[in-house]
Design a protein around this ligand. Structure first.
Ligand SMILES: Cc1cc2nc3c(=O)[nH]c(=O)nc-3n(C[C@H](O)[C@H](O)[C@H](O)COP(=O)(O)OP(=O)(O)OC[C@H]3O[C@@H](n4cnc5c(N)ncnc54)[C@H](O)[C@@H]3O)c2cc1C
Length: 366
């Protein structure tokens, strides 16, 4: 069986990795420009979300747990998994009395998700033991199971481990009875992991697609403390997050900009405002060296829900999109399920809870 995976962000790369363990002939196509995964320095900590969508929460908590399997699988295959670490997270609230409520919510969620780990409200002095420069809040909620991930390294590792040919170009799709044509080549099955660009590839085939782009920007720094690899992630209220990595590398962001289309320009004023806010918590950033600024495009649906499964009306054309700002958390498990669907094996989730028909509709031609 010949399968094409189009798009190699977290969904496409994870899908390719798990398909490479199956008896299939595989090819990956990826354009890469504006890819959300490469632009992201992500936090894996879904347990504090107040979203009421139960199907989404189930996917997000199982997605966080899925990292443990993914890391184990890659390690067994002999690959380094430095892209992921459970450093713990500090959650901050402007009104610190709300931390107690959040602690109770998290404790109730720990019953089905032990991965959340130790939970406690900690003081500034406690935080300073881990992050000497920390200031700006008197208390935080700490969860030891929270983690962070370096998107670009993650994808690179997965594609290396998949040992698959990756063709770096933008491709189109043709549907011919029971075959699919990608880049002038016939495939039995195609998996579209094209993120925010799903409309672009499906609309010429008379599909209406409810996926819109959202621009996200972040800035990377080099700080002088080489022990940053042990810092927990700092999550103040609002858009700002501070995500530390090894050897003084630290990312800060990210913006959520609607109505910017696929604009990939860096907005320095906006990033400067983020930096100003971030220095309230980590003054060392004032003298840190800026080493990179990244822009990526997330995919959103009208009701902010994610979807995956078969394209409506198609037997061998699979898709996932709409991962939004939690795609690093949900992307791995979605991709695994897509790979299993494509080879007719059992899913870990039930794709009917995330129906593609809500977001993709075939337009009838008269
Ligand atoms: C700045 C930023 C910070 C983020 N932080 C977090 C976080 O803290 N936690 C979290 O959980 N999530 C976070 N996210 C969200 C997460 O990164 C995304 O939801 C996720 O990476 C989306 O993955 P994807 O594989 O669906 O799409 P993408 O990573 O965008 O990959 C899609 C790929 O498909 C390719 N493609 C599209 N069309 C074609 C075509 N026709 N031919 C060939 N290739 C094509 C694109 O070029 C791209 O490379 C963040 C995102 C950004 C931008």
């Amino acid at each position: 069986m010949k399968i094409a995976v189009v798009g190699a962000g977290i969904v496409g790369a994870t899908c390719a990795y798990y398909l490479s363990k199956e008896d299939v002939e595989l090819k990956v196509f990826d354009y890469g420009l504006g890819q959300a995964t490469k632009a992201s320095a992500g936090i894996i900590s879904p347990w504090f979300s107040k979203r009421r969508n139960k199907a989404w929460y189930k996917m997000a908590r199982m997605g966080a747990e899925f990292y443990l399997k993914l890391v184990k699988d890659l390690k067994n295959d002999g690959y380094s998994t430095d892209f992921y670490k459970q450093t713990g997270v500090y959650i901050l609230k402007k009104d610190e009395s709300k931390l107690q409520y959040l602690l109770s919510l998290a404790e109730s969620r720990r019953e089905v998700s032990a991965m959340i780990g130790d939970l406690k409200i900690v003081s500034k002095e406690d935080i300073k033991k881990n992050i000497p420069d920390f200031t700006g809040a008197n208390y935080a909620l700490y969860a030891s199971g929270g983690g962070r991930i370096e998107g670009e390294l993650f994808v690179k590792t997965l594609l290396e481990a998949a040992k698959v040919e990756v063709i770096n170009k933008k491709v189109t799709l043709e549907i011919q009875q029971d075959k699919y044509i990608v880049d002038n080549e016939e495939f039995d099955k195609v998996i579209l992991c094209t993120g925010a660009w799903l409309k672009e590839i499906l609309e010429p085939l008379n599909f209406e697609v409810d996926v819109r782009p959202q621009k996200g920007q972040l800035r990377d720094y080099q700080i002088s403390d080489s022990k940053s690899g042990t810092y927990p992630v700092i999550m103040p209220e609002g858009e700002l997050d501070i995500i530390p990595f090894e050897n003084g590398f630290l990312s800060m962001g990210a913006s959520h900009e609607n109505n910017m289309g696929f604009d990939l320009s860096v907005d320095k004023d906006l990033l400067n405002k983020f930096e100003e806010e971030a220095t309230n918590f980590l003054p060392t950033l004032k003298k840190a060296r800026v080493i990179n600024e990244r822009v990526g495009i997330r995919a959103y649906t009208n009701d902010f829900s994610v979807f995956y499964g078969l394209v409506p009306g198609e037997k061998n054309l699979f898709v996932a999109s709409g991962l939004g700002s939690s795609g690093l958390t949900t992307g791995g498990i979605i991709a695994y399920n897509l790979a299993m669907l494509a080879v007719g094996k059992e899913e870990l989730l039930d794709s009917s809870d995330y129906p593609t028909s809500r977001y993709i509709r075939k337009i009838k031609k008269f």
